[in-house]
Design a protein around this ligand. Structure first.
Ligand SMILES: Cc1cc2nc3c(=O)[nH]c(=O)nc-3n(C[C@H](O)[C@H](O)[C@H](O)COP(=O)(O)O)c2cc1C
Length: 205
């Protein structure tokens, strides 16, 4: 429950999490990385289709990511410390897992066996839910993280990484230990959080 005094637990994590754009060069062991990803994947999933994958790049593989997508050049201007991130995790959404699941007898009646029929592409929704869990788990583990868009060459990147056709990367998560010089950055520096009364509506917009 939201508290009026000091907060702890999940609420504290949600309130303290912010995007990190400067990391130390310390690596994250596979054991910790896999533990975070294994918990993060336990997110809601439409029809329990579970078409969300994480592809984790570490070490030299992160350099390839920065080069192929052009994001290394982009971020090096204002956030060079971002390129120290120990890992880049690509949350991947497989629409075919959803259309296949919704062709099963208990779901076929929904008419969602074709991706074009989905009013909301739930494979993207599910990938976002799992990704937010990863951001909070990183915070809990004392790591920093940045979710950001893949600027260019997404198709080439995924092909190079052996990702089957038809799978979408919803973005990328840079993960690592937060550098001491990592100050709050990005749009929250120039925009305030919207008042609750502007975005929470009761009974009518
Ligand atoms: C869908 C999405 C795309 C984003 N893309 C970028 C990006 O390309 N570059 C970046 O620096 N931050 C990106 N962000 C981070 C947002 O700028 C950040 O979440 C927002 O300003 C609020 O700051 P906070 O997460 O630190 O509270 C993205 C966030 C989301 C949810």
């Amino acid at each position: 429950m939201p508290a009026t005094g000091p907060v702890d637990g999940l609420e504290r994590l949600i309130r303290s999490r912010r995007m990190t754009r400067s990391f130390t060069s310390e690596s994250i062991g596979y054991e910790l990385l896999d533990a975070l990803l294994d918990v993060a994947r336990r997110a809601p999933s439409a029809g329990f289709s579970q078409g969300v994958h994480f592809l984790a790049l570490s070490g030299a593989a992160t350099s390839t990511f920065w080069d192929v997508t052009g994001s290394g050049e982009w971020f090096s201007a204002d956030h060079p410390g971002l390129l120290n991130a120990a890992a880049i995790v690509l949350p991947l959404a497989d629409s075919a897992a959803y259309t296949t699941r919704y062709a099963e007898p208990d779901k076929i009646g929904a008419g969602l066996a074709e991706a074009a029929n989905w009013p909301v592409p739930y494979w993207l929704t599910d990938a976002a839910m799992a990704t937010q869990q990863l951001l909070l788990l990183a915070e809990e583990a004392g790591l920093g993280a940045l979710f950001f868009g893949i600027f260019r060459n997404e198709a080439l990147l995924l092909e190079n990484l052996g990702v089957p056709a038809g799978i979408t990367a919803i973005g990328a998560v840079a993960l690592g230990y937060r550098s001491a010089d990592d100050l709050p950055s990005g749009s929250p520096q120039s925009r305030s959080r919207a008042a609750a009364s502007r975005v929470i509506h009761h009974d009518h917009w």
